[in-house]
Design a protein around this ligand. Structure first.
Ligand code: HXC
Ligand code: NAP
Length: 293
């Protein structure tokens, strides 16, 4: 779809770029000529992704960083700036999520999600934005949201609230920072099956199951290349006047039905929820055991 070197000269950080959608976007950016940075809490996961993309000829480095900690974010951004100059782009992709009746979520459970999505996305955007403004550099921010920013996210309330906050950050800063040449846009994907999301949002369902297809007007999940193309379009030169926008890529899922988890989860019993919580807990514990920060 794009010229092979369309992102040559771009320097892009993708948070949560070691896995899932972040890895897809990082890989596409590297293939199209950008220098790419990724971060996450599991060094070994980052190392594997860096190796895979480098082996294909991409320029990429990975940093273990917990984006909930503003000092850690600032330190990482300093290192990146010293490594080769200003970034040209940031993708706020890292997130945490799990399905749960809201009555069963503790304050710590709320913070586990909101500190990553709501605070972490701000820390990254602020750390890059202040440096772009100080250096007189242009910059482009893409935040990965969800369609439930428009109609609510029953059973995923901390995520819905946090993503809605990042949506309004996108619009607010597009206006406040437009005259510096800083653009902020967002992508709201529908279902693009990944291990991280499916283990916490559809536990027990395989990522290649087509169980949900009938609920989606286009009768299928998203294909990674479709997301990779949109993320490139928004990051490349040529649409500099496009800012403050959130684009859904969901096969009309949220227009044809709610696009959220209401219908599939509304009738579950407390016993069903106990089972779901245990399944999510074992995924969380397995991932946590691999964290290096
Ligand atoms: C209720 C839960 C819970 C669950 C955890 N908690 N899982 N509460 N139901 N299923 C509560 C815990 O009981 C605890 O509170 C608190 O959350 C913190 O738990 P920790 O395990 O200590 O959290 P932490 O180590 O900070 O890990 C954060 C996490 C974890 C969000 C819980 O899942 C994570 O690291 N996720 C990163 C990857 C991820 O989530 N990817 C999916 C993104 S998909 P108490 O009070 O008991 O101590 C996405 C949108 C997809 O965002 C849209 C699809 C259409
Ligand atoms: P994923 O593979 O679980 O990705 C989440 C990433 O965020 C992981 O690499 C994780 O790495 C990182 N992360 C989490 N907490 C972090 C922290 N505190 N500091 C640094 N990194 C952290 O899930 P995904 O499906 O690809 O999701 C990616 C994005 O797409 C998310 O914003 C999600 O909300 C959005 N989204 C996904 C879908 C979908 O269908 N897949 C749909 C709509 C929106 P570590 O655990 O190693 O830190």
């Amino acid at each position: 779809m794009f010229q092979k070197d369309i992102l040559k000269g771009k320097r892009i950080l993708v948070t949560g770029g070691g896995t899932g959608l972040g890895k897809e976007m990082a890989s596409e950016y590297a293939e199209l000529g950008a220098e790419v940075y990724i971060c996450g809490r599991r060094q070994a996961v980052l190392d594997d992704t860096v190796k895979e993309i480098s082996d294909q000829g991409g320029k990429i480095k990975g940093f273990a960083c917990d984006i909930r900690i503003s000092d850690a974010v600032n330190d990482m951004i300093d290192v990146i700036w010293k490594d080769g100059g200003a970034l040209t782009g940031l993708v706020n992709n890292a997130a945490g999520n799990f399905i749960s009746p809201t009555k069963d979520i503790s304050p710590k459970g709320f913070e586990a999600i909101s500190n990553i999505v709501f605070r972490g996305s701000f820390y990254l955007t602020h750390a890059c934005g202040t440096r772009w403004i100080e250096g007189g550099d242009k910059g482009s921010v893409i935040s990965i949201l969800t369609t439930w920013i428009w109609n609510g996210g029953p059973f995923t309330v901390p995520s819905a609230m946090s993503k809605a906050g990042v949506n309004i950050m996108t619009k607010s800063l597009a206006a406040e920072w437009g005259h510096y040449g800083i653009r902020l846009n967002a992508i709201a994907p529908g279902p693009f099956p990944t291990k991280g999301a499916w283990e916490r949002l559809s536990p027990g369902q395989d990522t290649d199951s087509n169980e949900n297809d009938s609920k989606i007007p286009m009768r299928r999940n998203g294909e990674m290349q479709e997301l990779r193309n949109l993320a490139t379009f928004l990051m490349a030169d040529g649409c500099d006047y496009l800012t403050g926008q959130t684009i859904a890529i969901d096969g009309a899922s949220h227009l044809g039905s709610s696009g959220n988890f209401y219908q599939s989860l509304d009738k579950l019993s407390d016993e069903d929820w106990d089972g779901i919580r245990n399944m999510i807990k074992s995924s969380n514990d397995a991932d946590k055991a691999k964290r290096s920060v």
